[in-house]
Write a protein that binds this ligand. Structure first.
Ligand code: PMP
Ligand code: GLN
Length: 379
């Protein structure tokens, strides 16, 4: 019998993390920190667990957390969403992405994605009978080819997914990108997803260009973020979606039956911590930039070619001076030979890539980064 997702297998993140564990390699593949969430945040969540806040949260999320999210958006992006009608707390960004796509994509609708592309959008599009249209990013700076995007837009285009800061390449949108996007969608009904889970990890003094910063774009966008990335707690699977009220209403119809609500004490603890310690997310760029810079300095003597990531906690490395192997084979070989696991980049692309690239996660303590770089410099 025909299966619904014939192209889907085990994700590269699971595969490479398993290989790292099996071989005892340093795991710079799947993106997660090897340090803990802030102690004060853990204390707040524990407090709420021990205070009996252990039953269902409201379907849309606990009010204190929705309010904290709305205040943060006003502070950073000059757009204050209505906490009652426009902010929904979800079980990670993954659920938010799935719910947003399911809420609006109909049979035969096209959704434009940019390659290399994070892996969770396409299965949701396919399950809803839509069609993913993949456009390659420029392989040098991973920017959008706006002419190509203009050519790809047609009456079937329902949605465009924008991921900035971008996983796996570390590229970020500039304000001119928001303007170009606005010009292209202005006279259409096209909706947008802003996958902005790395919104607080942008380097070199640049500001994150959220779709929320652009009044027109915000009117047609589902903006998705993840507390896992911002608070070093990927295992909590907490995120949110901001969208105008009519879109949020459709989003909530799906969320209501996908998960209904998400873990109450973690939501309450995050709300307390966001109010008590807003400096946490304000200090995140410097925190991760120091790691990016340390890793690139340590890698300078290696034969890998690095162009510094502009955002996210991922660094691409060009290995063409080392090997002719395709990237998935190279990443597996490197895990065994060097004892460092990475993620191959071409698995996120529909068309073959010209460049040979792997992705290293630098959300790691200094000792881990030093040891990994020492091993990689010997290759
Ligand atoms: N989008 C992107 C681009 C990501 O990198 C991730 C996490 N790896 C997600 C979505 C999913 O986030 P969460 O863990 O909160 O579901
Ligand atoms: N988003 C994480 C990454 O890019 C992986 C999440 C997952 O394992 N599904 O590494």
């Amino acid at each position: 019998p025909e299966t619904k997702l014939p192209k889907v297998g085990t994700t590269i993140f699971t595969e490479m993390s398993q290989l790292a564990n099996a071989t005892g390699a340093i795991n710079l593949s799947q993106g997660f920190p090897d340090f803990d969430a802030p102690a004060a945040l853990r204390e707040r969540v524990t407090h709420h667990i021990n205070s009996g806040a252990n039953q269902y949260a409201p379907m849309t999320g606990v009010p204190a957390l929705r309010e904290a999210i709305a205040l943060k958006c006003e502070r950073l992006y000059g757009h204050r969403p209505c906490m009652d009608t426009e902010v929904t707390v979800t079980s990670g960004a993954t659920e938010a992405l799935f719910a947003a796509i399911s809420a609006v994509v109909r049979r035969d609708d096209e959704v434009i994605l940019f390659d290399p592309c994070y892996d969770s959008y396409e299965p949701a599009i396919e399950l809803n009978g839509g069609k993913a249209v993949h456009l390659p990013l420029d392989e040098q700076d991973f920017s959008i080819d706006w002419n190509r995007l203009a050519d790809a837009i047609n009456p079937r285009t329902r949605m465009i997914v924008i991921n900035t800061p971008h996983n796996p390449t570390g590229s970020v949108f500039g304000s001119e990108d928001l303007e170009r996007l606005a010009a292209l969608v202005r006279d259409t009904d096209i909706l947008l997803i802003g996958d902005e889970v790395y919104e607080h990890i942008v380097f070199d003094g640049a500001a994150h260009q959220s779709l929320l910063c652009h009044r027109e774009l915000a009117q047609r966008s589902f903006v998705v973020s993840s507390f896992g990335k911002t608070y070093h707690a990927t295992g909590w699977k907490l995120g949110y979606c901001i969208a105008p009220a009519p879109l949020s209403a459709e989003f909530r119809k799906v969320h209501q039956y996908l998960t209904f609500s998400t873990m109450t004490p973690a939501q309450l603890g995050l709300a307390d911590f966001m109010l008590d310690a807003p400096e946490h997310y304000l200090e995140l760029p410097a925190f991760y930039q120091a790691k990016r810079d340390l890793f690139s300095e340590l890698m300078a003597p290696s034969r890998f070619g690095l162009s510094l990531a502009l955002g996210t906690y991922f660094q691409l490395a060009d290995y063409s001076a080392i090997s002719d192997l395709p990237d998935t084979e190279f990443a597996k070989w490197l895990t065994r030979e060097a004892g460092v696991a990475s993620i191959p980049v071409s698995v996120f692309c529909q068309q073959p890539m010209q460049r040979r690239l792997v992705r290293f996660c630098f959300a790691k303590g200094e000792d881990t980064l030093r040891e990994a770089a020492t091993r990689l410099c010997k290759i």
